[in-house]
Design a protein around this ligand. Sequence first.
Ligand code: TXA
Ligand code: MG
Length: 318
Amino acid sequence: MKAEITKDVRRAADYLKRGELVAIPTETVYGLAANAFDDEAVQKIFAAKERPSYDPLIVHTHDPSNISKFAVFENKNARQLAAAYWPGPLTFVLPKKELISDLVTAGLSTVGIRIPNHPLTLALLEEVPFPIAAPSANPFGYVSPTTAEHVLHQLGDRIACILDGGPCAVGLESTIVGFNNGHGVIYRYGGLEVEQIESVIGPVEISINVSANPLAPGMMKRHYSPANDIVVGDPAAISKARKGTFAVLSFSEKYQELGASEVFTLSQKGDLQEAAHRLFLGLRYLDSLQVDYIIAELVPSKGLGHAINDRIRRAAAH
Ligand code: TXA
Ligand code: MG
């Protein structure tokens, strides 16, 4: 059976209350939601995504006053960041409290928490008497979905419902921030820029995990991976050196003269926000082509560029 697609928040809430899975729109990417207090429902997330049980889920709520029920939320930097950027593309890793099950956190003593910024999902969170556990709504290891159609295409026959909130505004997953003796640590680059975080709490440590079997889970080296072979670098040099048909993921250049089968340009005007918004769309599109390989050009390493380049490198990792 195919998932019901709806814009009706009550309908989506009913499914969640019955322990079913609902794909939800957020400003970053679509999430695959279940009642975070219902282990049986949460188990369905892992099954639908074929996600290993050692990879913990983010808990979503609409109400800042809920946070201290789920986690120790006393640190001043965390509170300042929350005040500045929630609801928004920011996830905290905080010491968990009893109420959050070991299934959600994969046995870790910490929990990931976020207040997402999308009107339908905020209304949904208000409608249900529990927080929502939700990873990105893609099969494990694949590119995150940024439209309801992406979800339908890949998980449509494994879930009950898709709450259609249109294309995701940001297009990249949230930035994940933890705290080491109160000092901010970035675990995943994402939709909130490091510069924006540092403007509130000062310099942060960057600790992006690129291990293939990580202890700090989920930051797998090979992730977001399309099936096609992706090479990162300068399209002119690579296409000259390599045989075969190819497509290009380019930042703002066109590269039409290189003889590529297709060129997907992230942002004609070289705007990183637009590039972030279109990145997963571009990766999905290029992955659908019959070519021998894809050349992906990196974008400038500033602002959202860090997160874009991180996702491009992971898509290309073997
Ligand atoms: O933007 C987002 O964050 C989206 C939307 C749906 O909110 N969610 C998302 O979830 O990207 P997911 O599961 O695809 O990625 C969350 C990452 C995972 O890599 C997971 O390992 C990590 O967060 N994570 C969750 N809880 C953690 C914890 N307690 N400690 C360390 N990493 C954690
Ligand atoms: Mg994910």
